[in-house]
Design a protein around this ligand. Structure first.
Ligand SMILES: [Zn+2]
Length: 442
């Protein structure tokens, strides 16, 4: 099936900035075909035509750090310090079944698609001991497969290289990865959970697996002051970033989530190893963890991308809200209005997310040959009028509700506000049931 978005406006790259151009956009199969002057494209019989009048077509957003199965934890463990929060969440996590994770993941995906996210990087931690679903297909990969979204999935790993848990997690995860080997919308990353939960030998083991299988990794690094202090106390004064560097994990391409507590030397190390940093401003603020030093990261030349983190620590999977916060809070935190601008923030959520995933030019950009992951926004809403600066409008005025149609891998998954691949009524009912069963309602 081919698509033609007729007579529309495209958000195109212009060096490392953006420009808007009136055009027709042709999609052939899973890729962007041609960009033609408006009303010039001819539709063949197998082409579906979408009216692009008063729409802005832009690359689908890339959520570079989340935990989609945590959809259930929305508005559950609020206003707690980080480690208290973690403890409260883990008590419920241990009782979730694989089926619970499936429905919770679909809930997060529904919210992501509705608010313009077409790709996400995920780390899932749920236990499978109480799993109601058997076989190699994991709950999260099943939800991704069913929903039509694109995802980069990692099974969270904790502990030591050779303990029973690691053996079990590897034995579950490797067949899951094999099962989706040919799925064009699912890729797997290695997922060492965090510096405080992974022993050095586990990081080394995962590095070896990554080198052998040519895989990337994603890990939480330096999210809180406690993590930073405990690391120095227990490991001869080193920082969380240095701990990961010493393990060799940075020999793989890595997306490091958070990096709130980092020294100037840490930034140099991250840059030297081409580590991309997924900042999560709303989660960091909500858990009282502070702010990543965004200005210094950009000065150091680090590839910054943007994540929501799970709904347990953010309460939403809306990347437009996250862009808005990223565009504002660091200016306040660093008392510098020029610390970051709207163009920077839009790149974090598009092309720089793609770069972090080694998909530069394939995702997060509109150009012939790129994968057709696109969103169509309604321009006739008060928050976009007057149309003075489209990039400022997307970062400072949009709230995500402007997203009307979503295309992933050349397939329409949401059309004019209606999700075609997810039965939302059923997802909502299931999630309410699960939350009641697990005693999560206050
Ligand atoms: Zn996280």
């Amino acid at each position: 099936m081919n698509l033609l978005i007729r007579n529309t406006r495209l958000l195109l790259p212009d060096g490392d900035r953006f420009r808007v151009e009136e055009a027709d956009l042709v999609i052939r199969g899973d890729r962007i075909g041609q960009i033609l002057p408006p009303k010039e494209a001819k539709a063949s019989d197998d082409t579906r035509i979408l009216d692009g009048e008063r729409r802005l077509v832009m690359p689908g957003l890339i959520n570079a750090h989340t935990h989609a199965y945590m959809g259930l934890f929305r508005n559950y463990a609020d206003d707690l310090e980080f480690f208290q929060w973690l403890e409260k969440v883990q008590l419920v996590e241990d009782r979730m079944t694989l089926e619970d994770s499936y429905w919770a993941t679909l809930l997060s995906i529904a919210e992501m698609l509705r608010t313009g996210t077409t790709s996400f990087v995920d780390m899932y931690m749920h236990s499978t001991k109480t799993g109601a679903v058997s076989g190699p297909e994991g709950a999260v990969s099943a939800a991704v497969n069913d929903s039509g979204i694109r995802a980069f999935l990692s099974r969270g790993m904790v502990g030591e290289a050779c303990d029973d848990g690691t053996r079990r997690r590897l034995s579950e995860w490797l067949p899951e990865m094999e099962l989706h080997r040919d799925n064009p919308r699912i890729r797997f990353l290695l997922g060492p959970h965090a510096t405080y939960s992974c022993m050095p030998d586990l990081l080394k083991r995962l590095r070896d697996i990554g080198l052998e299988r040519q895989m990337m990794a994603t890990i939480h690094i330096a999210e809180s002051e406690t993590e930073f202090r405990n690391m120095a106390r227990d490991h001869d004064g080193i920082t969380p970033v240095q701990y990961v560097e010493q393990s060799g994990l940075f020999d793989l391409p890595v997306i490091a989530a958070h990096c709130v507590q980092v020294t100037q030397e840490d930034l140099r190390i991250l840059k030297e190893h081409n580590v991309s940093v997924a900042i999560n401003p709303r989660s960091n603020m909500k858990l009282g963890n502070g702010f990543a030093p965004l200005g210094r990261m950009l000065e150091a030349g680090i590839n910054v991308c943007l994540g929501t983190d799970g709904s347990g620590s953010n309460n939403t999977q809306n990347l437009f809200q996250e862009m808005n916060f990223a565009g504002l809070v660091y200016k306040g935190a660093e008392k510098k209005a020029r610390c970051v601008d709207a163009e920077d923030v839009l790149r974090f959520a598009t092309s720089q997310g793609a770069k972090a995933l080694q998909m530069e030019g394939e995702l997060g950009v509109i150009r012939p040959g790129a994968l057709a992951d696109l969103i169509l926004l309604d321009l006739d809403v008060p928050q976009f009028i007057p149309a003075n600066n489209p990039v400022s409008a997307l970062v400072y005025s949009a709230n995500g509700s402007e997203v009307r149609t979503v295309i992933v891998n050349g397939q329409i998954v949401m059309e004019e506000g209606r999700l075609l691949t997810i039965d939302e009524k059923e997802v909502f009912a299931r999630c309410e049931e699960i939350s009641s069963r697990l005693g999560m309602k206050s």
